[in-house]
Write a protein that binds this ligand. Structure first.
Ligand SMILES: [Zn+2]
Length: 436
């Protein structure tokens, strides 16, 4: 007998502490196990496991297996994914990778981008990702890149499995002229739902006036903003601090995400913490990209890196700043490894940033889609939410995310990847029906 591929109940699930209400019972300092009730592809309720409760319908007894809501990958580059195998030698560091990409992109076609991005989405889907934000390189002030349309088409095609958002990754100098900035924002805003205004903000292209234009243009066109900011270890980088100040000054109404912000780790403590205080006020969501930061920061041929290159994730979280962990580049000149599995990024972050309680605390950084948008905060897996779940068949909370590769993914209550072990099967009685 196989376990049902669309259970009505998942009993004895170990949910992360961040997801549970404060009054949830504990035993030996661990949250009690839960029963999740599902119906019609939605969550009907989550309650502490009660061994006396008679469950009607197909039930999995997962015997304490870790369970997470569907994953969010807040920062990827689907347009560039899987380009590395066709490139020659790439110079180390962020700027060398950009040079290699500029050469390769001359040969891009819609079919090439579609094939690579589709493969990326399939991997993300298998991993259990339900919300994915991709940046898209954008180099011309008056022409949108080929990939922008391809990604829009893919967002439509994948809408039943993954919410795909697109960010225009525009170098800051293109915003230097205010009317060009307005034109770029108008083009992005006109390109349909799920589009955000983006930019690459680095000390090599620093221009505070251009950054102001970017936010003015986003404000004018009602766009949210997602920036690559201070992806460097130059303590003089001012992108994040200036962004926080601009949001206050302009009374910016959209939502703002800043990715990377590595420079905080290179600045003196007082300066960095003052910037984080301003970020908490703004408010800004931070996204940390441990895999690419470890690879690209403090990178010189033949020399062992001395610095880790990650932003100040613990200090940010301590200030109530939403911090997400994401994949970034996968198998392109920026990063030879990666798998569009957010758990792989978290595993890297656990080591690089010495994160405590990866399951009970930091798995939140892979699950909060609400941290990517304006509005009230909403925890996942509330009654009425889609039953998008990951059940880990081998991981435990002590070692998590080690052994988290083995997982069963449910989308809208149905298994879409992995196999529910037969041992989970308890009962497969038909739900009781009222007599006609
Ligand atoms: Zn990136």
């Amino acid at each position: 007998m196989h376990a049902s591929s669309a259970p009505d109940h998942i009993a004895r699930a170990r949910l992360p502490r961040w997801l549970l209400p404060p009054q949830w019972p504990t035993a030996s300092h661990q949250p009690e196990l839960a029963t999740l009730h599902l119906a019609h592809g939605k969550v009907q309720g989550v309650a502490p496991y009660d061994p006396t409760e008679a469950l009607q319908g197909a039930t999995w007894d997962v015997a304490g297996a870790l369970v997470l809501p569907g994953l969010v990958d807040a920062h990827t580059h689907l347009d560039k994914a899987f380009t590395l195998p066709r490139m020659g030698v790439v110079k180390p560091g962020l700027l060398g990778a950009i040079d290699a990409m500029m050469v390769d992109r001359q040969g891009w076609t819609e079919a090439d981008i579609h094939a690579r991005a589709s493969r990326a989405l399939q991997w993300a889907c298998d991993a259990g990702t339900v919300h994915l934000r991709t940046h898209c390189d954008w180099w011309e002030p008056d022409a949108q890149p080929l990939a922008w349309n391809v990604l829009h088409e893919l967002a439509h095609d994948w809408a039943d499995r993954i919410t795909l958002e697109r960010v225009s990754l525009i170098p800051l100098h293109l915003y230097a002229d205010r009317s060009t900035a307005m034109r770029l924002a108008a083009t992005v805003a006109a390109s349909g739902a799920g589009a955000l205004l983006g930019g690459f903000v680095h000390s090599t292209n620093w221009n505070p006036q251009a950054l102001r234009h970017l936010f003015e243009a986003a404000q004018h066109h009602g766009l949210d903003v997602d920036l690559h900011v201070d992806e460097e270890l130059n303590p003089g980088a001012q992108g994040l601090a200036t962004t926080a100040a601009l949001l206050q000054e302009l009374r910016f109404e959209g939502h703002v995400v800043c990715g990377h912000t590595c420079a905080l780790a290179a600045q003196d403590e007082a300066t960095a913490l003052a910037t984080l205080d301003a970020v908490a006020q703004a408010p800004i969501t931070l996204v940390t990209l441990p895999i690419t930061n470890l690879l690209l920061q403090d990178a010189t041929t033949g020399r062992t890196p001395r610095q880790r290159g990650l932003t100040l994730v613990k200090e940010a979280r301590a200030r109530g700043i939403p911090v997400l962990v994401a994949s970034d580049n996968v198998q392109d000149p920026f990063c030879p490894v990666g798998s569009f599995d957010p758990l792989e990024a978290l595993a890297t972050g656990v080591l690089a940033a010495q994160l405590d309680s990866p399951f009970d605390q930091w798995s939140e950084a892979l699950c909060r889609a609400d941290w990517l948008r304006q509005g009230a905060r909403a925890l996942p897996l509330q009654t009425g939410d889609a039953a998008d779940l990951l059940v880990f068949t081998q991981a435990d909370h002590w070692g998590f995310p080690s052994r988290s590769q083995a997982r069963v993914v449910l989308r809208q209550g149905r298994v879409t990847s992995g196999h529910a072990p037969a041992a989970w099967h308890v009962a497969d009685t038909q739900p009781q029906r009222s007599m006609a």
